[in-house]
Design a protein around this ligand. Structure first.
Ligand SMILES: [Zn+2]
Length: 163
């Protein structure tokens, strides 16, 4: 896993919303986003068989078994495969569905694709295509009315003190 301490990296910032909130991510991430041919040259973290089953083969964790289902710590969630910043803990909420749930993403970090049957919307990492989970709209869980249902194993949590 490549998640180095940001103290040794040049800071980079992601902006969310009206430019009020900033997300500090390490140079490792900014290097990736700066490459136009990242599909060929992006350095990806090696995956365990279980990580591969979910991230590459689009599997799903058993509910209530993931590492981050009940995590409430302050910080950010990064793509386990490429290290891109995906979600802020401020957008995580207790949905009681068995998977980590967010009602917003870090701007531009998540791609949405409607499944072939048209019933569900798959969410993937914009940078590396890692399968994250599914997006459900209109369920009225929160005021934003969206629930990103994400497999814990697709993400890596980093406390804000280490960002
Ligand atoms: Zn990724």
């Amino acid at each position: 896993m490549v998640f180095g301490s940001c103290r040794s990296f040049r800071p980079n910032f992601y902006t969310k919303g009206p430019g009020v909130k900033f997300y500090h991510v390490c140079k490792f991430v900014s290097n990736i986003s700066g490459k136009s041919d990242y599909n060929n040259s992006m350095k990806l973290n090696p995956l365990t068989p279980e990580e591969k089953r979910v991230i590459i083969d689009k599997g799903t964790e058993m509910p209530f078994t993931g590492e981050y289902v009940d995590t409430t710590a302050d910080g950010a969630y990064f793509c386990r495969q490429c290290g891109a910043a995906l979600y802020d803990s401020k957008d995580k909420f207790a949905s009681d569905c068995g998977w980590p749930s967010f009602d917003d993403e870090i701007k531009g970090a998540v791609k949405k694709t409607v499944d072939a049957d048209g019933e569900r919307t798959e969410i993937t990492c914009v940078k590396c295509g890692a399968h994250l989970g599914h997006l459900f709209l209109g369920k009225r869980f929160t005021a934003k009315n969206a629930r990103y249902c994400v497999n814990s194993i697709s993400m890596k949590f980093v406390p804000r003190s280490q960002l």
